[in-house]
Design a protein around this ligand. Sequence first.
Ligand code: AMP
Length: 225
Amino acid sequence: MAKIRTQLVTWDEVVRWSRGLANKVIESGFRPDVVVAVARGGYVPARLLCDFMMVNNLTSIQSQHWTEAAKAEERAIIKYPYKIDLNGMKVLLVDDIVDTGESLLLAKNYILKNWGPSEVKVAVLQWISSAAKFKPDYYFIEVKEWIWFQYPWTRLEDTYQFFKKMLFEEGKYGRKRWTYQELIKGFMEWFDLDVGEDYFKDAIRLLVNNGILRKEDETYILVMQ
Ligand code: AMP
């Protein structure tokens, strides 16, 4: 059994889910004047929604809550609290997922207070109904049990963080030396997630470059804990 519940999301799924989400917005009769992507997870869905809904105006806001895969910071912040004039405009605020909902709520309130729109509606690919503080106006998939979705736009970041977690935890029990094959096998057992060889290689290279692993011949040795 995997130690953290994860699910790989493919690019094809992202396109299919975004198309389905756009159709829900269109069917509701809401016609946004501008799409606002919540950075960073909302960028790709927001751009696809603009395409599927034929919206030209796209901007963004960075509301940050989770800084590492499957690990929440205590509270969300607006990273660059700039002001733009959306006076009287209808806004569709887009993100990948509502988990706790903290970052989206913060972004929505900030926009309502500072950018002057007439209306802000929220659209996400996925809504974790058991964890979220609110229900988005539009979602494509309702997730009933918490799971970490491994989206294509965080594939390297997540792989790197997950490796780190595995290495540090195993390190506590005295495991310090790994072959490349053992690293991959360990990752699959820990997370039940196959991100493909390119990502595995990139993540392991980053672990070496960042001084977490040291390579000696064919062995990787845990250095930093
Ligand atoms: P939150 O404020 O808890 O709703 O989450 C903020 C952001 O963290 C989301 O927009 C995602 O980019 C990322 N995130 C949170 N939970 C998950 C999850 N279960 N799977 C994948 N990404 C997540």
